[in-house]
Design a binder for this molecule. Structure first.
Ligand SMILES: Nc1ncnc2c1ncn2[C@@H]1O[C@H](COP(=O)(O)OP(=O)(O)OP(=O)(O)O)[C@@H](O)[C@H]1O
Length: 539
């Protein structure tokens, strides 16, 4: 006998698989390689949203797209947005899905609630999202990209979780130790994924530090961050470039106690104890201490939760349509005044700005870890000064990349004995220095501040402390890599059948080890550079 789930799947209507059956009405959103349109499905006479993904520009993401389609075709829940169908149109993949007239919660808050939603509204959105998560985890899936940008709302106030581009099923990961067992929430501690996926500000520390493995509880962390995003209009640490916020979490410096400080700077104690407690439980550094989605649903914060009509009345009423909001955000981004005198740099900055504005859901450039998402209302970038160039002995050592991020020219930096800053009108006071620790990037990310003189001296101690924490963390990783290599090499004789597999593993670890070494020497180099800088300041 067919289960209810199978019946629901069988009831699905087949949408046409040719583009001529759809009439594009408007553009309603855009990501890095996708544009979302509002359209009509002519034969069905129904409104749809079409996500058109440029396959040329997103070839590395193609697996994600396939995974998203596969994941969605097997799931059925009223809080999950299923695609109607997908097919290719020239170089693009069209994903046809139900049109959710309110758009994403991110687009709603960035347009009309830049200081965040009220608690009763947050409770409705989060409860519906939790229903979806609880179902998803029960089916053995992680979403891995929970954030307001992926929570959509319809005109009747119904809330759905979308965007399964980076979601993962334990069945697809042979490495996960519970891949043969029936997935359940109680098995969450044994399921371990290791690839970095998601969007930085929402990522759990164990996802960022992915070699230790992560599980369903990573979604719970992101859920907690999403709660803060809905409450404040932006996620914590989003004033920092993504790479820096990652490092802060990796070094475990972002704790829930930081949240209180963060809150004090953002409107004081306006939240209930139940809300704070619920968020705190999601943001435990230790994943095993975070509640399951099922348990969270029973949290007192959701006890008196209102229904979807409450969202209609308090959030959707008076809200411009998703297409209008999108158009307005585009206009705002292209008309943002550019104060920079330098025309080329101005153009570049403007492009970056537009690029950021066009990014929905807080995407970032994985290669460079460069982009800092900006809400339309967030015009101020006061604490950021742009460094054009730092030269030493006629060679460019540091060159401006974009807002607050600098790149060290590796070839010349080793020759550097004394830095000579060509700071022009801009100021080059380094407050903090971070080395990106994912994907072996050798970039140096700096936050630069505003005063001209003794900043380096003043901040030297803090900077060295930060660098030492990072160095310690990298050394720890190096130790773990070495240990794993020893274990694998030691077991090689006993496990003859898996020899090839182990050889691959070892070469992977070697690459990782090499990259850690590079990062370590980069850090040491930076410590030296700044020691030199500070001593030259004293001189
Ligand atoms: N089914 C839908 N109905 C209505 N609006 C939608 C729908 N899907 C997406 N949108 C709108 O389009 C915007 C961009 O969506 P989309 O999720 O495709 O971007 P993206 O490139 O995938 O970004 P990310 O990868 O960060 O999620 C959303 O913020 C939302 O407002």
């Amino acid at each position: 006998m067919a289960t209810k789930h199978e019946e629901e799947l069988a009831k699905r209507v087949q949408y046409p698989l040719d583009p001529s059956s759809y009439k594009i009405l408007d553009e309603i959103g855009a990501g890095v390689s996708a544009i979302v349109y509002k359209a009509t499905c002519v034969p069905m006479n129904s409104l749809v949203a079409i996500k058109s993904i440029d396959l040329d520009r997103s070839r590395p993401d193609f697996d994600d797209v396939r995974r998203e389609a596969k994941t969605l075709s097997l799931l059925y829940h009223h809080n999950i947005l299923n695609a109607h169908c997908c097919f290719t149109v020239d170089q693009r993949l069209w994903v046809v899905m139900p049109f959710m007239a309110g758009g994403s919660l991110q687009s709603i808050i960035s347009h009309s609630f830049s200081d965040g939603l009220t608690e009763p509204c947050i409770a409705v959105v989060l409860k519906e999202t939790l229903n979806a998560l609880s179902y998803l985890h029960g089916q053995g899936h992680l979403h891995r990209d929970i954030k307001a940008g992926n929570i959509l709302v319809d005109s009747n106030g119904s809330v759905k979780l979308a965007d399964f581009g980076v979601s993962a099923s334990i069945y697809e990961y042979p490495n996960s130790s519970s891949s043969t067992a029936a997935p359940s929430l109680s098995s969450s501690s044994s399921l371990r994924l290791t690839d970095v996926a998601g969007t930085p500000y929402w990522m759990a520390p164990e996802v960022i530090h992915s070699h230790i493995g992560y599980s369903f509880k990573a979604d719970i962390w992101s859920f907690g961050i999403t709660a803060l995003e809905l409450a404040h209009g932006r996620p914590p640490l989003s004033h920092l470039p993504p790479s820096k916020s990652m490092i802060l979490k990796i070094t475990k410096r972002f704790r829930f106690s930081d949240l209180d400080k963060y809150r004090k700077g953002h409107g004081g104690n306006k939240f209930s104890k139940a809300f704070k407690d619920m968020v705190a439980s999601c943001l435990h550094q230790d994943p095993s201490k975070r509640p399951t989605a099922e348990k969270l649903l029973k949290h007192p914060f959701f006890k008196y939760c209102k229904g979807s009509e409450f969202l209609v009345k308090n959030v959707l009423q008076g809200l411009p349509s998703v297409e209008k909001r999108y158009k307005e955000s585009k206009i705002r981004s292209t008309t943002t005044p550019n104060d920079d005198d330098d025309e080329d740099e101005g153009d570049l900055m403007k492009q970056q700005y537009v690029k950021q504005r066009r990014i929905s859901g807080w995407n970032f450039n994985e290669d460079g870890l460069e982009l800092e998402p900006v809400f339309p209302s967030d015009q101020s970038r006061e604490n950021v000064t742009i460094v054009k160039e730092v030269r030493f002995e006629g060679e460019t050592v540091i060159q401006d990349m974009q807002h607050g991020e600098l790149e060290l020219n590796a070839d010349t930096s080793s020759n550097m004995s004394k830095q000579n800053t060509n700071a022009t009108s801009n100021v080059t006071i380094v407050e903090n220095l971070m080395v990106s620790s994912i994907h072996g990037s050798s970039r140096v990310v700096e936050t630069i501040g505003g005063d001209q003189g003794g900043g380096i001296l003043k901040n030297k101690e803090a900077m060295l402390a930060t660098l030492n924490v990072l160095k310690g963390s990298l050394e720890q990783e190096l130790g773990q890599v070495k240990l794993m290599m020893n274990i694998i090499q030691g077991e090689e004789i006993q496990v003859v059948d898996s020899k090839e597999c182990m050889t691959q593993e070892i070469s992977k670890l070697r690459i990782e080890l090499e990259s850690e070494r590079k990062k370590n020497s980069q850090l040491e180099l930076q410590i030296q550079i700044f020691n030199l800088q500070s001593s030259s300041c004293v001189d």
